[in-house]
Ligand binder design. Structure first.
Ligand SMILES: O=C(O)c1cc(=O)[nH]c(=O)n1[C@@H]1O[C@H](COP(=O)(O)O)[C@@H](O)[C@H]1O
Length: 315
């Protein structure tokens, strides 16, 4: 048992903020508020650098708005990679800014590859302890894809544990076609159930004082019944639960992802929070922030009420 592992840090921050929410920082250039876009265009032009500047400004606005109400943010790499090197730079600047504000960062990159490449992926997100050439900050945890099997997961698990960071391994994803492969039945259960068994075995290697492990799983909010099955299969793992909001899930759909202690699930929403200003028709910096704060507060209240209704609210 570690002193304070990644899961312990998560549990401490969740209790402090009284929030199980994760805010996805998934910027889309066409949906960034006009006052930010105008500024970026004036300073850099309509180009990769301009988009990157707009992303940084928008993310800082969001982080400043949500920092008191949530513990975790989850920037998804793809949105930043669209803008090349400038986009990647915006990604790491966002990570640094969020961490400076005391937020934990899940890098949503869904990496996975043969062992040597997996090791390089892990070093790129968790920091490289072998040389002094790396200057960007490490993230607190990373999403990974288990499709290549256990030897591809091992380097991530080993580095996550030794560097006191965390992993969320895709088990049952939120998208409509997730069953195409994940629900295929083999003679030892579904593919997703086999992945869950792998995750559970890894989780046992690093259980913290909170009773949770640094090795977690992704289980979609859009499959409430499966959450129950996977909760039993991986009792020590934190679940990253995407699909709340825009993909249709609500508070009542995610209670099975929690343990009886009222912990164990991180409910993630991106578009429904960061673009909440659109339906409010907010135009100024303050109005956009207020729309985001209102959306986050509604999400927190919805989750906490749902947990209370099933006797799982623990504060
Ligand atoms: O790992 C993820 O975060 C993830 C897994 C999954 O099963 N489904 C899923 O939607 N996601 C991510 O969660 C976010 C969902 O965004 P919204 O639908 O806007 O809340 C996106 O960044 C997705 O890439």
């Amino acid at each position: 048992m570690n002193s304070v592992n990644y899961a312990d840090r998560i549990c401490i921050e969740i209790k402090k903020k009284r929030s199980h929410a994760v805010i996805g920082l998934d910027p889309i250039i066409e949906r960034i508020p006009t006052f930010i876009l105008k500024d970026a265009e004036q300073n850099f032009g309509k180009c990769d650098a301009g988009a990157a500047a707009a992303f940084i400004a928008f993310n800082q606005l969001i982080i400043d708005a949500v920092e008191s109400y949530v513990a975790i943010v989850k920037p998804q790499l793809a949105y930043y990679e669209v803008y090349g090197a400038a986009g990647i730079d915006a990604y790491w600047k966002t990570v640094e800014y969020a961490q400076k504000k005391g937020l934990l960062v899940i890098a949503d990159a869904k990496r996975g590859d043969i062992d040597s490449t997996a090791s390089a992926y892990a070093r790129s997100f968790f920091g490289d302890t072998f040389n002094e050439w790396q200057t960007h900050k490490k993230v607190d945890s990373l999403t990974i894809n288990p499709y290549l099997g256990s030897d591809s997961l091992e380097p991530f698990v080993e580095q996550a544990i030794s560097k006191q960071t965390g992993l969320f391994i895709l088990v049952k994803t939120s998208n409509p076609s997730s069953g195409d492969l994940q629900d295929v039945v083999t003679n030892t259960g579904t593919i997703a159930e086999q992945v869950a068994q792998l995750v559970h075995n890894y989780a046992l290697r690093d259980i913290g004082k909170s009773g949770y492990s640094s090795i977690g799983a992704v289980v979609g909010a859009t499959y409430p019944e499966e959450q129950q099955v996977f909760r039993e299969a991986m009792p020590y793992s934190l679940f990253l639960v995407p699909g709340y909001g825009t993909q249709g899930a609500k508070g009542k759909d995610i209670t099975n992802a929690f343990n009886e202690d009222g912990f164990g699930a991180l409910i993630s929403a991106s578009r429904s929070i960061i673009f909440a200003y659109e339906k409010d028709k907010s135009e100024t910096f303050e109005q956009v922030q207020l729309s985001i704060i209102n959306a986050v507060n509604m999400m927190n209240a919805d989750i906490n009420t749902a947990l209370k209704d099933v006797g799982k609210l623990n504060w």
